[in-house]
Design a protein around this ligand. Structure first.
Ligand SMILES: O=C(O)CC1=CCC(=O)O1
Length: 96
């Protein structure tokens, strides 16, 4: 199943910079692992915002929920999710 996910990061302004840097480094490590595993298909910065649009390929809503909960920045993100299905006019035969 494909999911379009918008993540908006809202770190507290008074967060210790070292803690923020560690959270971002841990987030990057997990994000890159999930991309290598084919679970996090797309990761795009939204220009002008500390936010991203992502596409996840996971077997269920529960798997998506569990994956998002693992993200180190999860406690500091607003997350919006849309489930994706094939558009009848799409020319692609797979889910690219
Ligand atoms: O910077 C972001 O948008 C949050 C984030 C997701 C994966 C990552 O490395 O950072």
């Amino acid at each position: 199943m494909l999911f379009h996910v918008k993540m908006t990061v809202k770190l507290p302004l008074d967060m210790d910079p070292a803690k923020a840097a560690q959270l971002k480094a841990d987030e990057k490590e997990l994000a890159q692992r999930l991309q290598q595993e084919g679970k996090w298909r797309h990761l795009w910065r939204i220009a002008g915002h500390y936010a991203n649009y992502s596409v996840f390929d996971l077997p269920s809503v529960e798997a998506l929920h569990d994956t998002l909960l693992q993200l180190p920045l999860f406690p500091y993100m607003d997350i919006e999710i849309d489930g994706l299905c094939r558009h009848p006019s799409s020319i692609h035969s797979d889910d690219r």
